[in-house]
Design a binder for this molecule. Sequence first.
Ligand code: PGA
Length: 254
Amino acid sequence: MRKPLIAANWKMNTGIEEGVTLVTDILDGLKGSLSIDIALCPPFVSLQAISRLLTGTTIELGAQNMHFKERGAYTGEISASMLKTLCKYVILGHSERRQYFFETDDVVHSKVEAALAVGLIPILCVGESGEQNERGKTGEVLLGQVTAALRGIRADASLVIAYEPIWAIGTGRAATADQACSSIKVIRSAVAGLWGETIAAAIRILYGGSVTGANIAEFIRHEQVDGALVGGASLKAVEFLEIVRQTALHKSAR
Ligand code: PGA
């Protein structure tokens, strides 16, 4: 049984104080023991302050990016081992990184390898563009991205993959549950092809793209969907808590 994960991707939002307030509100609103995992991924500058707030709680911390090199003359970059002292997770290969910062499949591959090498759990993002979707290329694109990211890397059941169709990110136009489920099946079978059935059955695959408190249940009801990577809706404590609540409710009901 895979433990559900709700991960918050704050992107380039919230200063340190704002982030601290948001986390305080989330912690205040969480009731009882949690049957699911929660990860918050704030901007780098807030990691330390938020890490202190999360000490002694069951909420984990994640980063939104990292460099694949261990150290050296890479101005502005942060390595996996630097993050490891604060974080459990790191989001890698997000479509915004691929699109605006020209991250190729090869770069994403190197980052996944470097993260796993120090015991950071990658939340590897894959997803097709609107055009690829319309041309019926979704399966092919996902297979290509998963294969490029993981080929040659030692199997690791801690890896998390997020299926994030680019056309659904920040648009308010989420994929349908059917679309998410069929893409997640493609991703899981791609992992099985590389890492074997047992690992493929164990890794968590999330849906991401315009997830809200109002639509999370549609996704989470399905056995294939192990949680969500949440952008915009994770910036409001009440909304994020509703996503967490619904996930715990639906997953524990099964
Ligand atoms: P969104 O972003 O929830 O705002 O669509 C999701 C993401 O980019 O991870």
